[in-house]
Design a protein around this ligand. Sequence first.
Ligand code: SF4
Ligand code: MG
Length: 330
Amino acid sequence: MALLEVEDLRVSFDTPDGVVRAVRGLSFTLAAGSTLGLVGESGSGKSVAVQTITRLTRGADVEGSVRLDGVDLLTASEEELREVRGARIGMIFQDPLSSLHPYHRIGWQIEEIIRAHEDVGRAEARTRAADLLGLVGIPRPETRVDDYPHQFSGGMRQRVMIAMAMALSPEVLIADEPTTALDVTVQAQVLDVMRRLQEEFGTAIIMVTHDLGVIAELADDVVVMYAGAAMERAPRRELFYRYHHPYTEGLLTSLPLRGEVSGRLRPIPGSPPSLIAVPPGCPFAPRCRYAFERCSITPPLAGVLADPRHQSACWLPADRPRQQSAEEAA
Ligand code: SF4
Ligand code: MG
């Protein structure tokens, strides 16, 4: 059985302009110890989807189910959810400063997390806080526990966030664009820390990103999201080498080639539909160079290729002609 099962998740918000349907029927599973990459342009609903897993999307209208070890989190009580958040599902976000308290020492903030869930004394919690900082590669952790967030660099703060998210050894770590605000070198270091922790603790990771480069580094399986729905779902190698959906193709061919200047980038023309009034049919149709009559009917996410784990929401035949991706060209 999968550790986490998301089934037909639908999340909408009432706004003065109308109902925003941010997630429109998303399903995926996460196996223990594996990494799932959730990729798509900004506004594709990936952040809303993962925030709904621990019900952080307050005020939203939510349908479907999110089962952790078979228990539905969407119908769980606030008390049960408090146990799940942090202890079983840890989260890290793009901007560590928004989650760190500026006026408290780093060590104290980690201790608070531990002590909120476990019956341990200050001294033991402090030792564990220092151990955690060491684990994520902060030098001299036993003295850095007494520093404040502003005394850490951006990359170091993101490591602190990972340490906090791992403080209670969760089974699932949800990382929403954790490296987006960092420069490339630091980005690689942070991904490396996550990979090491996963190996050591067997944590399953949901990596939310707009960056297929991050997916290529880390993910076992990939879900490509567009306009609140999954367009394609496949094991990583399948997705990179035998992608089917034209949106995936667009993302892949807009990747920079290794060592090339950005002049060669071919971004997907056009922009995603408004989530207030998503037109019927394939949501990608207005931007799709292959669109034909049948695309006015919504294609289901279905197995079209030899590998049954590979599914695409597109009417094109399995052996459709494809553009060469940056990965293949490299
Ligand atoms: Fe393009 Fe049609 Fe496939 Fe949608 S269903 S991605 S419009 S070919
Ligand atoms: Mg986001």
